[in-house]
Design a binder for this molecule. Structure first.
Ligand code: 16G
Length: 250
């Protein structure tokens, strides 16, 4: 790998006039994309990398910060820098986006595109078991790990469950927990999609990139529905796994 990186770095340097950190960022990106640096592997230490390539530590840091912003590298406090792996998500556990990312040491955030209150539509009323005329909160969010966009989510919550749309700062499930609302189970369906132009723009992907569409209805113990969410996850960032059990008696 060391040899590959050094020769790729010199090739980049010869081919383009740009600051050294950009050459290094590109070289590391190539090394990750062609598998020289596999998912989960530690990057060489900043000092070693600088020494090997004749670069200052500041330059190396800047290149790595760029890869972190791209979502290609994750920094683990005290342990160093690692090539990011796909996020493994259980399809059978009732976890939130925030839970899934925190479990991997990532920084989950929400960027709100829409946040408001309105009268339930007939489709939402069906999904949430509400009567016509009921009020609902609606959110449309870009979900990110740091600056890296991973998903888009449209969520509808009965106002009888959360009184004020401002109660959600970053995480819906944290807002539920803060109000003592404990989701007990959910019904979820998933299918493959291709991102349209607008979704692709928000996720900074080429139009038509593959995605996973997941619809979730979440229930309390007493059967009340507390959320109807349509999530659009990046297909290249997630692996969904589920543990399957044979039916009793088979
Ligand atoms: C997950 C859920 C989504 C839920 C969100 C809450 C899937 C496929 N979807 O993205 O239904 O609304 O988590 O996350 O898992 P939050 O608490 O971080 O807002």
């Amino acid at each position: 790998m060391e040899h590959y990186l050094a020769s790729e770095f010199h090739r980049q340097q010869a081919a383009r006039r740009a600051p050294a950190y950009q050459h290094l960022r590109r070289s590391l990106r190539h090394a990750i994309e062609n598998g020289e640096l596999p998912a989960g592997q530690a990057l060489p230490g900043e000092r070693d990398l600088g020494k090997q390539l004749g670069l200052s530590r500041v330059t190396v840091r800047k290149a790595i910060a760029g890869l972190v912003a791209d979502g290609l590298v994750v920094q683990r406090q005290g342990a160093g820098n690692f090539v990011a792996e796909r996020i493994v998500k259980s399809f059978s556990k009732l976890t939130s986006f925030t839970d899934d990312l925190r479990a991997r040491g990532l920084d989950p955030r929400s960027r709100f595109l829409e946040r408001g209150v309105g009268e339930v539509t007939p489709e939402e009323a069906m999904a949430l078991n509400l009567s016509p005329g009921a009020q609902v909160l609606r959110y449309y969010r870009v979900r990110t790990a740091g600056d890296q966009a991973l998903a888009l989510e449209r969520t509808v919550v009965p106002q009888a469950v959360l009184a004020d749309p401002a109660l959600i700062e970053n995480s819906l499930y944290e807002a539920f927990a803060a109000q003592g609302i404990r989701p007990a189970r959910a019904l979820q369906r998933l299918r493959a999609i291709a991102f349209d132009a607008e979704q692709a723009r928000l996720l900074q992907l080429p139009e038509g990139s593959p995605g996973l569409f997941i619809e979730r209805r979440t229930f309390l113990e007493d059967g009340r529905v507390v959320e109807f969410t349509r999530s659009f996850y990046r297909g290249d960032a997630y692996d969904f796994v589920a543990e399957l059990h044979s039916e009793p008696g088979t």
